[in-house]
Design a protein around this ligand. Structure first.
Ligand code: PLP
Length: 364
């Protein structure tokens, strides 16, 4: 059976198998990772290895901290302005869908004045704003965007870059929840990268934050210590008990990416093939369609609708019976969505395409 869930999403089989083997007795220590003190030598070694592997995979420069936190990507919507706007300035946002809007609204809810630097609302979020149309405010402290909108299936095909009038770059803050680790990235172009783990990193309950050193130390003084990037970084993400088991599983995923897959360039090629095949099948059919501009079609989340929405329930039921799970689109948009994260094998996409063609022939 193949799981196309948008999140929490499929994990690599090899990772689940290794976790099962180590579940009750981690490497002969006589206890489960779940039962270890986060301050024990065993767990600290697991945590440090995970960070080292992530740094190697993504090429994280040494002037960035890597934080392993809780609270989901949604808590970062709040922590970002609290940490980056303590010395003034405004958060600027590129809005390309539901998640970017949530990030903006959460900052506003906390009383921060926010600015929309660009939006794809006028085209119904079917194409991201062109790079040369971004207009930041004079007081921009950072520019936030969502590199992949998980619900709309809209992915940036470029990394935004904007300068202030004095020529300095505005720190770029990216919600990479649904396409982190899908291919290589130049981390040095970003001020902050954050991601909920439950798509390409591991199980739910863990949130990754990569933050450049020069952005630390700008927090509002009255925020809870658990929200303060600097304090979290100084404590190695262990101000309090971290999500130890999710951290361990993320470490297994990083090792899988390094050794089984062969790194992010190899992952990138596989993801490209998977997505191209599925979009080609959608485009060639009379029953299925996807509205997103070709250059912004998400490689991770492929939404599609059936020409006749009365067939939706039959499609989902038969897909489920064929072992193709969780293809229902997000409740806010309907239709279908196939999420093709790293752990979804190419055979899963082949099976989906074959099922779609068969369904169209019978019912289309
Ligand atoms: N940002 C994006 C792009 C997402 O896809 C999601 C969840 O699906 C979130 C943020 C919210 O993540 P969390 O549930 O970890 O708060």
């Amino acid at each position: 059976r193949y799981n196309f869930c948008a999140g929490p999403a499929a994990l690599p089989e090899a990772v689940l198998a290794r976790a099962r083997d180590e579940l009750l007795d981690y490497q002969g220590r006589g206890l489960s990772v779940m039962e270890m003190s986060h301050r024990s030598d065993e767990f600290v070694a697991i945590a440090e290895q995970a960070e080292a592997d992530l740094r190697e995979l993504l090429g994280v420069p040494s002037n960035y901290k890597v934080l392993f936190l809780q609270g989901g990507a949604s808590l970062q919507f709040a922590m970002l302005p609290m940490n980056l706007l303590g010395q003034g300035g405004r958060g600027n946002f590129i809005q390309t869908g539901i998640w970017g809007k949530k990030a903006f609204n959460e900052a506003k809810r906390l009383g921060f004045d926010c600015y929309v630097a660009a939006s794809s609302e006028s085209n119904g979020h079917t194409a991201v704003p062109a790079a040369d149309t971004l207009k930041i405010s004079d007081d921009a402290a950072y520019l936030h965007y969502t590199s992949n909108e998980t619900i709309g299936g809209l992915e940036f095909d470029y990394t935004p870059h904007v300068q202030r009038n004095d020529g300095t770059s505005v720190p770029l803050v990216c919600d990479m929840s649904s396409n982190i680790l899908s291919g290589p990235r130049d981390v040095s172009q970003f001020g902050v990268i954050y991601a909920g783990a439950q798509k390409n990193i591991g199980p739910a309950g863990l949130t990754l934050v990569l933050v450049r050193d020069d952005l630390l130390g700008n927090a509002q003084p009255t925020i809870p210590s658990l929200f303060d990037y600097q304090l979290l970084a100084e404590a190695g993400s262990m101000v309090n008990t971290p999500p130890t088991y999710a951290w361990y599983l993320a470490g297994l995923v990083f090792q899988w990416l390094k050794t089984d897959v062969g790194g992010l360039a190899a992952m990138d090629a596989i993801n490209q093939r998977k997505a191209e095949k599925l979009y080609a099948a959608i485009d060639a059919s009379d029953l299925y369609s996807n509205p997103i501009a070709r250059h912004n079609r998400s490689r991770m989340n492929v939404p599609f609708v059936l020409e006749d929405a009365r067939l939706d329930n039959a499609f989902l039921k038969e897909a489920d019976e064929a072992g193709l799970l969780n293809l229902k689109g997000h409740r806010s948009v309907g239709g279908m969505r196939a999420s093709l994260y790293n752990a979804v094998p190419e055979e899963a996409v082949d099976a989906l395409i074959a099922f779609m063609a068969d369904f169209e022939q019978r019912r289309g």
